[in-house]
Design a protein around this ligand. Structure first.
Ligand SMILES: [Zn+2]
Length: 354
């Protein structure tokens, strides 16, 4: 808990991870790990077990926090850590970082035997998850991993997650004097509004969601608006459904633009790709066996969001996210129960000791 409280006080909004990266590299080195940084600033530590044919296990968490919040001040009430209400807490994902550091410290203090471990603390998980070259995964020896970056009750862990398409759309209308000659204008806000109203959004089905999250446009009440920019996304754990959903959103835009003779720039980017870890995958067996030894009921769960597990699984490093207990993440109400963090640390220790 001490480690967690110290880490959340170190500002680390995405793309500003220099200070936290230096701190974590120093902490890993102090715990006896061999530490390197890749070109993006990710921190990679290695702790060999001394066994010749060790089966390397990756422990991963991201060191950036969502949004731009700085000056996070943790407050503890009734065994639960909150922010002071003016910022996020950053349990996403400092709780994962702290739990990994705690387990490494226990291994060292008690000189416990363990699997050879690789620790990867990443940058820009919240903003650039699937960016080419964001993490140099070729440095990793592990073929299995645990991603400490999920919420949910103790015992829950993620076995599948969606792909995401990001849409950036510009609607080009035509400006005109709104009082004198509105007929000459093409109202880009009207086109955007009609398109959005025609789009299926929110929860599409049990594994597909969509959202328009940003809209900007217009300059004055007396000018027919010339331009609207909007950003949105669609996600699905089924790639065919994702393609259909994205196409439906594009069609709504094209139809609205066509009715008003507006033009469109549409950029679609596959931000990251879905994964599903099979029931008989060794990493799932390890996690569930450790849970049962601790008297926990395994709760394999399908997720609606992406994480480093998406890129790890696609690189052939079979990985599942574990719950750290983080809750209401990406909001000022974000919090985490100390008991849940402790349960996660005990589970992780049990898994790495085998
Ligand atoms: Zn996260």
């Amino acid at each position: 808990m001490q480690t967690f409280l110290e880490l959340v006080r170190i500002d680390s909004p995405s793309e500003h991870e220099e200070a936290i990266g230096n701190e974590l590299a120093a902490r890993l080195a102090a715990l006896g790990l061999e530490v390197e940084r890749d070109a993006s600033g990710n921190v990679l530590g290695r702790l060999d077990s001394g066994k010749p044919d060790g089966d390397w296990l990756l422990l991963n968490a991201h060191m950036d926090t969502v949004g731009k919040d700085r000056g996070i001040t943790p407050v503890i009430r009734d065994g639960v850590v909150y922010s002071d209400g003016t910022t996020i807490l950053g349990a996403d994902d400092k709780s994962g970082v702290a739990i990994i550091l705690e387990v490494l410290q226990v291994l060292e203090e008690q000189a416990l035997p363990h699997r050879p471990l690789e620790v990867l603390f990443t940058v820009e998980e919240e903003t650039n998850l699937g960016r080419e070259g964001r993490v140099d995964l070729s440095l990793l020896r592990a073929r299995q991993g645990l991603v400490l970056d999920s919420g949910g009750p103790t015992g829950s862990y993620i076995i599948s997650a969606p792909s995401q398409d990001k849409l950036v759309v510009t609607v080009h209308g035509r400006a005109a004097h709104a009082g004198a000659e509105p007929e000459k204008g093409i109202n880009a806000i009207r086109v955007a509004a009609e398109a959005i109203a025609a789009m299926p959004l929110g929860r599409i089905d049990h594994e597909t969601t969509a959202n328009i999250g940003v809209i900007e446009g217009g300059t004055a009440t007396n000018i027919v608006p010339e331009r609207v920019m909007m950003k949105g996304m669609a996600r699905s754990r089924d790639d065919a459904k994702l393609e259909r959903q994205t196409a439906t959103m594009v069609r709504a835009l094209e139809e609205a633009a066509g009715r008003h003779r507006a033009t469109l720039d549409i950029e679609i980017e596959r931000r990251y790709r879905s994964y599903r870890v099979a029931e008989d995958a060794p990493i799932r067996n390890k996690v569930e066996a450790a849970m049962r030894r601790l008297g926990l009921e395994p709760l394999p769960t399908a997720s609606g969001g992406g994480s480093d597990a998406n890129i790890l699984n696609h690189a052939g490093i079979q990985s599942v996210p574990l719950t750290t207990g983080m809750a209401d993440v990406h909001t000022k109400q974000e919090h985490i129960a100390i008991a849940d963090m402790l349960a996660c640390a005990k589970l992780l220790l049990e898994i790495v000791r085998e």
